[in-house]
Design a protein around this ligand. Sequence first.
Ligand code: ADP
Ligand code: ZN
Ligand code: ZN
Length: 725
Amino acid sequence: MVSPHILQVALPVPLPIIFDYLAPQAAPDIPEGSRVLVPFGRKKMVGVVVGKTGHSEVPAGRLLAVLDVLDGGEPLLDTKLIELLRWCWMYYKHAPGEVIASALPPALRRAKGSLPGCVLHYSLTGEGAERLKEPAGRAPVQFEMLGALAAGPLSGTLLMGIGSQWRKTLAALMDQGWVESLPAPADRPQISPGPNLKLDQQKAVDPILASRGGFSCHLLDGVTGSGKTEVYLHAIEKVISEGRQALVLVPEIGLTPQLLRRFRSRLGLEPAIIHSGLAAGERLDAWATARSGRAALVVGTRSALFTPMPRLGIIILDEEHDASFKQQDGFRYSARDIAVKRAAELDIPVILGSATPSLESLRNAVEGKYIWHRLRERATDAPLPAWRVLDMRQQSTFHGLSAIALEAIGEALEKGEQVMVFLNRRGYAPVLMCQQCGWHGSCERCDAHLTWHRSMGRLCCHHCGAQKPAPLLCPECRADALTGAGEGTQQLEEALEKRFPRFPVLRFDRDRTSRKGVMEQQLEQVRKGDPCLLVGTQMLAKGHHFPAVTLVVIVNIDQALYSADYRALERMGQMIQQVAGRAGRMEKTGTVILQTLHPDHAALELLLSQGYEVYARWLLQERQLAGLPPAGYQALLRAEAHDRSLAENFLDDAARAFPPGETRVYGPMPAIMERISGRSRMYLVVQGASRSALHRQVDHWLPGLRKLPSARKVRWAIDIDPQEL
Ligand code: ADP
Ligand code: ZN
Ligand code: ZN
């Protein structure tokens, strides 16, 4: 028998290929998951071994050998994870090397990067403790760091906030012999008890805990404030106290400071945090602690899903309906779906939590594939908010706000309460236009208006990022007649400041909170509970608890009612429900005012009178009738080119080449927003009632597409289970 000495290596190139290399003679036994350095063309590249074989398609004489085995031959990814990633590249039909790369922190995608040695903790020496007894003297920052260490050893991450140069400060303290470093121990959680669970929370926790021996998927469907986080905490507590690890995925780390604080204080540990906003070194450290098993709890965004965790005991996805769990470019995967897959392969439970479950998860719950836990009351006994729909037809408005809404805002503020005004549009005005000739600012590269950011004096495209100075006179007719049409959050902020000068107005949108610390600072001010106005985009609808907010005004959601995207109504329902969920968290009843030009729209009426679940089930029925996901299955073949006809030609060729079977192909059609950054975007929809038939046909289809001459003139990609049209 020939021994399998040929290594199958995944390389980070956009090709649907795994490459064969000869194992080095000195070390023929390289395990799966190891990083290797290989020759590739004229370059060297880092790849990951994903298998072995005794036979290669490449003639023996032309097989190249691995140049080097990295990380001392220690495999970085375990076999289970490689298996999961293999499933991913087959299912999503994406280049294996790029799929594998997504499981490595960026620092390890290069040959230079290496697995950090042992993570260090820093602790006070006896002399350091003596030094602390003296006055701070001339090195207050050093003294502060010593003080921080007095309570016990800390990791570098926790020292980071001290002074502006914590590494230097730390080095100085170590030079003096006041601080020493030790290998970091595994997390030893110190759990503090939480509140006694309510009956429906207990009814969720019990079966989740009972299911620890194997795979099960739990849909934790609970309105905001119903105590879902408390359920997560109980599950995590149990899992980590047994020495296993927990993985929590959230939509956006920046929006979860409150959640992290709760994890820290209740579990008595520092979660390893993984997201794409981290510096390479920080991300590598967090990844390595998770991989070594020392981190009991890992919290991260979508990409943290692939973190190797040797003792993973539970996966939790918070806000599972959130669109950010689907990656929209490159390797277009659904972190939600893969989380369920990963749990199934590891035989562990997974919890999907949301106040507004996605139709996908709801359907699985209705069909009994997921265990459905409903929390319908608020854990604090706060009543659910009351709705008020304002018919905006023939209403005069003040910067988009009706007189009734303004009056209600004034009343709430006067009573010492907080008010939230929600508008999903940042900037000052969505359009700058000329009242004389009708000119309006539009992006040259996208099918979009330029948003007027008045304070910066600029026109910005929210799709491609293009910016230019806002003209003072009309570029077309030179009239001094430019004015903003419609409202953005900046305009609301300004208008509300004018109207309610005695109350602070805090704006929450990407423009405002991109500056470091602003988010935290504003949240802190809201937490104090004094009357104020919060103005913001969907950022306000995510994750936060605003107990003193008693009134929510939703300025305008009308675009969603008549969108060409069949998911628009689902998203609208989720957004309205999520925004409303922020109101009246304490003992006070909240009110939600919704301004619309379509107060009689059937969908809106159903949502407001029957609530999200009934609404979502109705949407599900509609999808069923149309054979649309999740009742049917879809893939998109996306193509883009500067010249629309090139994209169209390729898609026409592709449609003709689609293999016969029960899955059908429709199109080509333009994307809802056809032009972005100067490129025309078009797609074919592949749709059918059977997932396996769809995959079979698409698998037959793709190899031929790569050979089409028209394919070379476009950028194209396949998107399985697409979320955006
Ligand atoms: P969700 O995650 O569903 O929004 P949380 O778990 O954050 O809900 O709970 C909302 C509020 O209710 C929090 O302040 C939390 O501390 C409190 N809470 C949760 N469960 C209970 C309980 N069983 N008893 C008392 N208070 C609770
Ligand atoms: Zn003009
Ligand atoms: Zn643009």
